[in-house]
Design a protein around this ligand. Structure first.
Ligand SMILES: [Zn+2]
Length: 609
């Protein structure tokens, strides 16, 4: 484990506002002394994710994740511990002196750091080429044709990747970037074919769109083909790298997040050009998935910012199919999904350029719930009495099951019955039929963060009395002091289910100082941290020192009984030497005596024994 002095960690945590930190990616509202929001780590419809400024930590009552600001960055942004420490230290202007440092973690952090730097630098270089280089003329012409001026190109840091590798090679040499780093960054690609291994620029003759993380840092690229005759994908994205996970990033989200929060609505378009045109035309609450499909992580991220998404897709078959795929990912997290179908062959970009922002505004005004749209489209295109009708009822019945809200489901069933003239019972039957999609509950259970570390397993394995003592020790300096003297870890070694208590009595922290307590959490294993955070979020335990003494006595009884049982088992072992047997018997007698005292104390002084 890397080592940063405890007091530095405390200092960093003290300087970090956890509500602000979490609030950058989770919509939070005040609830008493805490803040609540939808958990970013599992799918839920009502908020059970709590952030407490006074405890300086977060906790989800739904899935059990929890911890301090470092843990949040590790779990949410996928940072390593030291990276999280460094990011918050930087933000607070605190310098860290590292003591010892784990070689693996160092290598990983170094690689990630190097990749971030490459992406940042090459974004600048691509951009300069676009603005100035003679070979980028074709890209500038293309942008001009799409009404993108140099101001806009600057704002989005658009770039140009040249058709041949020579310029890139020279730039790499000047900058001192190795081929292997460039391959890891996804800028260079390698292939093995008959001619042997070859390394070449992944993006050639493409308009480059930097893809940014939530902090607005470049982590990857999407490149649009400029030669309409070339036989290659129109859009090409960077491969996944240690800093880029396609299913977690939405293009433009770093820019549009605030507008989405404000309007509680997200417009979804299919391409980067569409997004930029919409954003620059004043429709700032807009996102685009990278490639074709949304992931469940995307859906959850959107749900944390908005109640409704409007799909701005083409009304051709491909567009409607894409919309249906999106609906099936977005609806189950409780997002309302509307369709603003564009006239065939148009995209938001072409529509705005040919007919102005009013035309697009009007289109949004006519956006329909996706299922209504789907039914309307079917009625428009299909003759009455067609054999397709039964199959279509199946399809819509299946889609209705993806709606998260039972009331909305019921409304959709009624609508479908009326508009397709089908008995309600038939639809219900279709919805119940065998090959139905998985229910929301199945999906929800699956969305639970199995890979995420929670404290649940550890908590259920703890002795209730030990947990009560944990809560007292975390909240009360006097009790903690007393426990640190009375309850040794040697004592606890023989009490099953006291691991957490043992951590707490051994821990070096002051319960009256949140930052010291929070830094203590940072020294634990992730499941331990989540479990102890869970305890911090429970209502204060009743009682003071007398109750603590009582609870410790309870543990003593458990310990003595356990020890006695073990010795009794030894005594029954065949072939035990007589001398040893005598010794064990006397120990058992001793334990009897102690146990009797502890049990008497448990009954209380007034029991008159
Ligand atoms: Zn959760």
């Amino acid at each position: 484990m890397p080592r940063v002095p405890q007091e530095t960690l405390e200092q960093i945590l003290a300087a970090t506002n956890i509500v602000d930190l979490v609030g950058r990616s989770v919509k939070l509202r005040r609830a008493g002394s805490n803040y609540v929001g939808l958990c970013p780590f599992h799918t839920e419809k009502s908020p059970s994710f709590n952030v407490s400024p006074s405890r300086n930590s977060y906790h989800c009552f739904g899935c059990g994740v929890g911890g301090n600001a470092f843990r949040f960055l590790m779990e949410h942004d996928g940072l390593q511990f030291m990276e999280a420490v460094k990011r918050l230290a930087d933000a607070a202007g605190i310098r860290i002196q590292e003591e010892v440092w784990d070689a693996n973690a160092e290598r990983e952090a170094k690689l990630r750091g190097a990749l971030m730097k490459v992406q940042k630098e090459i974004a600048k270089w691509y951009h300069q080429l676009l603005m100035r280089h003679s070979s980028a003329d074709v890209a500038r012409q293309y942008l001009k044709g799409r009404g993108i001026n140099s101001e806009v190109a600057k704002r989005w840091q658009l770039g140009f990747a040249p058709g041949h590798g020579g310029l890139l090679r020279r730039w790499m040499e000047e900058q001192g970037y190795s081929e292997s780093l460039m391959i890891q960054a996804g800028i260079l690609a390698e292939s093995d074919d008959e001619g042997g291994r070859s390394v070449y620029p992944r993006f050639r003759q493409r308009l480059m769109f930097p893809i940014r993380n939530d902090q607005g840092e470049v982590i990857a690229f999407s490149g649009r083909l400029l030669d309409p005759n070339a036989k290659a994908a129109k859009y090409l994205n960077s491969p996944e790298t240690p800093i880029f996970n396609k299913s977690r990033v939405l293009f433009g989200f770093d820019q549009s997040r605030r507008a989405i929060l404000k309007s509680s609505q997200a417009l979804v378009c299919e391409g980067q050009m569409d997004l930029i045109t919409l954003f620059e035309s004043g429709f700032q609450n807009v996102v685009a998935p990278l490639g074709t499909a949304f992931s469940e992580a995307h859906a959850r991220a959107l749900k944390r910012h908005a109640d409704e998404v409007v799909l701005c897709f083409d009304s051709d078959n491909a567009g409607v199919k894409a919309a249906e795929r999106s609906f099936r990912i977005l609806a189950p997290v409780g997002l309302g999904v509307k369709m603003a179908a564009l006239p065939q062959g148009e995209d938001p970009d072409s529509l705005i350029r040919s007919q102005g922002t009013e035309a697009f505004e009007g289109l949004l005004g006519f956006a329909e719930d996706f299922l209504d749209y789907q039914i309307g489209l079917f009625n428009q295109r299909t003759k009455r009495g067609s054999r397709d009708r039964a199959a279509f009822v199946d399809l819509v019945a299946e889609n209705i099951r993806y709606l998260e809200n039972p009331v909305a489901q019921e409304e959709a069933v009624q609508q479908l019955a009326v508009r397709l003239n089908v008995p309600i019972e038939t639809i219900r039957e279709r919805m119940r039929s065998e090959n139905r999609p998985r229910t929301y509950e199945d999906r929800n259970a699956e969305a639970m963060p199995e890979s995420k570390v929670t404290g649940k397993r550890l908590l259920t394995a703890q002795n209730p009395g030990a947990l009560l003592l944990c809560q007292m020790g975390l909240a009360d300096a006097e009790i903690l002091d007393w426990m640190r003297k009375e309850v040794t870890s040697q004592f606890l070694e023989d009490v099953p289910g006291s691991e957490l208590l043992s951590l707490i009595v051994e821990g070096d922290f002051n319960p009256l100082d949140d930052h010291s307590r929070s830094a203590f959490l940072a020294s634990l294993e992730p499941d331990q941290e989540a479990a102890i955070t869970d305890l911090l979020f429970r209502p204060s335990p009743p009682g003071r020192l007398p109750e603590a003494e009582e609870a410790v006595n309870g543990l003593r009884i458990i310990r003595l009984r356990g020890l006695r049982q073990r010795l009794q088992a030894r005594l029954r072992e065949p072939g035990l030497p007589g001398e040893e047997a005598g010794e064990i018997q006397s120990k058992i007698l001793q334990l009897h005596q102690e146990l009797r005292e502890a049990e008497t104390a448990a009954r209380g002084p007034a029991s008159g024994e």
